[in-house]
Design a protein around this ligand. Structure first.
Ligand SMILES: Nc1ncnc2c1ncn2[C@@H]1O[C@H](COP(=O)(O)OP(=O)(O)O)[C@@H](O)[C@H]1O
Ligand SMILES: [Mg+2]
Length: 392
């Protein structure tokens, strides 16, 4: 075939000029089109090592890894692989594809039932937020109020955003996620107007969970910035909007990894006056997360129970990293062998030796806060956890 003669010459040309990245990518493309995926991948990674971040190479790599992670040989038993991992929680099956999007506002179909484990968080949410919202008359009779925001806090990557989205799904509300640093960075002078627009959009989309991520950025940056007066204005705008009394149907949730840096004005009654600790995933949550990241991969002989036990203190993000590392190892082998080798426990054990839980530094700070700055009892939940886990 003249076509393949051309490919042969091009391969020889790559050998002769190994640093010619566009040529190599072209060859990788041609190989991929002929389903010679491992070879294509080898050229693609070579190209990337010479031109890190090259957008064409990155795009091709993504395409190839997606294609190669599915075994080409027809014999692979996907049914067995799935059975090995057990059933998948409904929420994962859909990857939070929002049902409707208006100005960044989504309508999540995820609910608390999709959150693996974390019984304590669910119970607290039910008691302090969802229950009163479902029964406003009862709440009024008991003198409790649903006004004011709930601040989710805990180490990074442990499910704060995930839980906030599930709360919106649970209430059948829309979900509007706002990163405080985005609001601040837009262009400093106009960030107050941005915040007002955010609240207006939330009201238009009511019922709406308005989720502020990195709430600490407001207080923290304020002390560092030379433009502290404009920062003060932004804080004031946020306070005014929170206090506005016209937030009917807008439920404000916040999240922070550093509650101790949150501007104290934001913690007053009617604002972010309640805190909810979101800890690293417990065993059922870890099993759910691991299952999620290993699904759709060719796996074989996975002992999910053992994995769950060996990943105590891992955050959700650490678990994702662990699975990617294991998959990469199997992929590298597959490239060498020229055929797909499933991901097995040996890959995961090797990954376990490499990936350590990232929550350590957070708990180191948390220990100090609990020891020296828990005078008002804000961190009693955290103190109890630290004590129970002998971290204190
Ligand atoms: N209990 C859980 N069940 C299922 N997935 C979880 C759970 N906790 C965390 N995750 C997953 O872990 C990852 C990190 O969670 P995320 O909500 O982004 O963390 P945070 O906002 O606290 O930094 C996400 O991919 C999320 O889907
Ligand atoms: Mg988050």
């Amino acid at each position: 075939m003249p076509d393949d003669a051309l490919l042969g010459s091009l391969l020889a040309a790559v050998d002769a000029s190994p640093d010619d990245v566009p040529l190599r990518l072209h060859v990788a493309d041609l190989l991929a089109a002929r389903d010679r995926l491992p070879e294509a991948l080898a050229h693609c990674t070579q190209a990337l090592s010479r031109a890190p971040g090259d957008p064409r190479a990155v795009a091709l790599l993504q395409r190839l890894t997606a294609a190669i992670a599915r075994p080409v040989e027809p014999g692979f038993d996907w049914g067995r692989a799935e059975q090995e991992l057990g059933p998948l929680e409904a929420g994962f099956a859909q990857e939070y594809r929002p049902d409707a999007v208006t100005e960044d506002v989504e309508r999540p179909s995820l609910t608390l039932a999709d959150v693996g484990g974390m019984e304590q968080v669910k119970q607290r949410l039910e008691m302090t937020l969802l229950g009163p919202m479902r029964n406003p008359e009862l709440a009024r009779a008991f003198g409790t109020s649903t006004a004011g925001g709930l601040l989710l806090y805990g180490p990074p990557g442990c499910g704060k955003t995930f839980v906030a989205r599930a709360v919106a799904g649970e209430l059948g509300a829309s979900f509007y996620e706002v990163g405080i640093s985005d609001v601040l960075d837009m262009y400093t002078g106009s960030s107050e107007r941005n915040l007002t627009q955010v609240f207006e959009a939330a009201r238009r989309n009511a019922p709406c969970v308005l989720f502020f991520d990195e709430v600490d950025a407001l207080g923290q940056k304020r002390s560092h910035l030379t433009h502290s007066s404009s920062m003060r204005n932004t804080v004031n705008t946020l306070l005014a909007e929170l206090d506005a009394g016209r937030n009917e149907g807008v439920f404000v949730l916040g999240a922070t990894n550093h509650p101790w840096d949150v501007d104290s004005a934001l913690r007053r009654p009617g604002r972010f006056d309640r805190m909810l600790l979101v800890l690293p995933p417990d065993a059922p949550a870890r099993a759910a997360i691991l299952r999620h990241h290993l699904r759709d991969r060719p796996v074989s002989g996975i002992d999910l129970d053992r994995l769950t036990r060996s990943t105590e203190h891992f955050s959700g993000a650490d678990l994702a990293h662990l699975c990617t590392t294991a998959v990469e190892r199997a992929l590298a082998d597959s490239v060498r062998l020229g055929s797909v080798r499933p991901v097995g426990m040996a890959d995961l054990d090797a990954a376990l030796a490499e990936v350590r839980p990232s929550t350590g530094p957070w708990f180191a700070t948390a220990r100090n806060v609990v020891a020296f700055a828990n005078t008002d009892g804000s961190y009693d939940d955290l103190a109890a956890y630290l004590k129970q886990n002998r971290k204190l």
